[in-house]
Design a protein around this ligand. Structure first.
Ligand code: ZN
Length: 352
C-alpha cells in the first residue's frame, strides 16, 4: 500500500467538495472519507480510470464513474504521488495487459494525436463546440445554476429598482452593440452564502449571467464598471467559452461521445468541471474586447474598469489575509487575476 493522498472529492451530484484520502491497494483505488465526512468509501479498479494529464497550469481532476471526480489539493504532491504509483505498483503493467485498457488507450492516443497534430486543441474544441446544439448549453446552464444555487448562492438582497436599472442598462448596451446578432442572455442576481464568491460575475453555458450583490456593492453608486463586467461576461456568452472549455477539458472523450450525439457525460460532469476550470488567456482577452465594445456602445469609458480591478484586487488580498479559499469557481470573474496587460488594455482603450 502506498502513501495516502489528500484530495477534494465531488460526488457528481453537487458542487460541494468533500475532504477525502486516496490510497492504492493492489490494483484498486480506495477513496475514503476524511474525518467528519460521511460519504461511503469507494473502491475502483485502477485499470478503468483515466488519469488527468499533467498540464502546465490548472489543477488535476481525476474523473470517476457517474460524474464524480477527485481534485488534487496540491498539484506538485499529486504528480509525485502518481509518479510513485507508476514505479512501485504493477497496476500500469496490469492495465496494459487488460485488452480493454489497451484498446481504449490506443483509441484515445490515435484520436489525441490526430486532433493535436492536425488542428491543435483550442481550434478543435471550437469546431466541436460549433457541432453541439445550443440547447445543450442551456441544459448544462440550468444544471449548473441549480447546483450552485444549492451550494453557494442565496437570493439577492439588492433593491428591485437597482436590479431593474442594471438589467435595463445591460440590455441597452447589448442592443446598441449587437442590434441583430445578440445571443440569448438572462441576468440573475444572487448573493454568496459565505465569503467564497464575494464580488463576482459568472456566465453559464446557455447565456445565464450571475451577478453577485457583493460585486454591485464593491463600488457603491458606480454602475458603469458593473456594466463593464457584464459586458465581459456577455463576451463569454457570445463566444460560448464555457462550452468550449468543457469540450476542451476532456477533449477526446467528449469529442467521441458528442460525435455519437451522446451529451450525457458532458452534462453530468459540467458542474464540477466548470467549478474547477479556468478560462484561457485568449478567452479572457476576447471577453475583454467584447466588454470594451459594449461599454463604448453605451457611452461608458472603458477606463472605469481600471479602478474596478483595483477594488477587486484589494478584496482578494483581504481574502488571502483572512485565509480564505479564493478559487471557489474557476470560471468566475474574480478568479481571473487582472494582469497588467488586461488593466493596460482597458486604460488605453479609445473612447470610440
Ligand atoms: Zn472572464
Amino acid at each position: 500500500m502506498n502513501s495516502a493522498m489528500e484530495v477534494r472529492f465531488f460526488d457528481g451530484r453537487s458542487t460541494r467538495p468533500h475532504a477525502a484520502r486516496l490510497h492504492v491497494q493492489g490494483d484498486q483505488l480506495l477513496l475514503a472519507p476524511a474525518a467528519g465526512e460521511d460519504f461511503e468509501a469507494l473502491r475502483l479498479p485502477l485499470a478503468h480510470l483515466r488519469w488527468p494529464e499533467r498540464t502546465r497550469h490548472g489543477g488535476r481532476l481525476l474523473q470517476l464513474p457517474d460524474g464524480a471526480s477527485v481534485q488534487a489539493l496540491d498539484v506538485v504532491a499529486w504528480d509525485a504521488w502518481v509518479a510513485q504509483l507508476g514505479r512501485s505498483e504493477s497496476w500500469v503493467v496490469r492495465a496494459q495487459q487488460n485488452w480493454r485498457g489497451v484498446g481504449l488507450a490506443v483509441l484515445l492516443l490515435i484520436g489525441a494525436i490526430a486532433v493535436l497534430y492536425q488542428w491543435g486543441l483550442p481550434w478543435a474544441a471550437r469546431g466541436v463546440t460549433a457541432a453541439v446544439p445550443v440547447r445543450v448549453d442551456a441544459l448544462i446552464g440550468a444544471e449548473v445554476l441549480e447546483s450552485i444555487d444549492q451550494s453557494m448562492l442565496l437570493p439577492s438582497a439588492l433593491p428591485r429598482e437597482h436590479q431593474e436599472r442594471l438589467r435595463a442598462g445591460f440590455a441597452r448596451m447589448v442592443k446598441a452593440a449587437h442590434p441583430d446578432d445578440a445571443p440569448a442572455w438572462k441576468l440573475e442576481f444572487r448573493r454568496g452564502r459565505d465569503r467564497r464568491l464575494g464580488p463576482n460575475a459568472l456566465a453559464l453555458p446557455g447565456g445565464t449571467i450571475i451577478l453577485t450583490d457583493e460585486l454591485v456593492q464593491l463600488m457603491p453608486g458606480d454602475d458603469d464598471a458593473v456594466l463593464g463586467v457584464l459586458g465581459h461576461e456577455f463576451g463569454h456568452v457570445r463566444l460560448r467559452h464555457a462550452m468550449r472549455q468543457l469540450v476542451q477539458a476532456s477533449a477526446v472523450g467528449f469529442a467521441v461521445s458528442i460525435a455519437f450525439g451522446d451529451y450525457g457525460t458532458l452534462i453530468g460532469s459540467a458542474p464540477v468541471l466548470l467549478a474547477t476550470l479556468g478560462y484561457s488567456r485568449d478567452a479572457e482577452r476576447e471577453a475583454d474586447v467584447e466588454s470594451v465594445r459594449l461599454m463604448r456602445a453605451a457611452g461608458i469609458h472603458p477606463r472605469v474598469m481600471v479602478g474596478f480591478f483595483e477594488a477587486i484586487e484589494r478584496w482578494r488580498t483581504e481574502q488571502k489575509r483572512a485565509g480564505a479559499d479564493d478559487d471557489a469557481i474557476g470560471l468566475a470573474f474574480s478568479s481571473h487575476p487582472a494582469t497588467a496587460e488586461r488593466i493596460a488594455f482597458f486604460r488605453e482603450a479609445p473612447d470610440n
